[in-house]
Design a protein around this ligand. Structure first.
Ligand SMILES: [Zn+2]
Length: 82
């Protein structure tokens, strides 16, 4: 995907993770581990409903997280289940 990083256009290789709210577990947090190196990356609520290579825009402002250990990049899309 093309992104702007510190004012420069770069082509990022990302894995997209789609998170959806789970009304049955509103207060439960889970840990996301990097699938490449098992490093702990972030906590999330809800359910992971899709993991896919690359980026298909779903929300206007997705968040990109980079693994400190192996430098893999994950793009987090949070959606509400309808
Ligand atoms: Zn990693």
């Amino acid at each position: 995907m093309i992104a702007i990083v510190r004012g420069s256009q770069v082509d990022l290789s990302v894995t997209t993770i789609v998170l959806a709210e789970n009304p049955n577990e509103p207060l439960t947090l889970k840990m996301w581990h990097c699938p490449v190196c098992q490093n702990r990356l972030f906590q999330h609520g809800g359910s992971i409903i899709k993991i896919m290579p690359g980026h298909t825009p779903i929300t206007r402002l997705p968040v990109i997280i980079q693994c400190d250990n192996c430098k893999a990049k994950y793009l987090i899309e949070r959606i509400a289940l309808i």
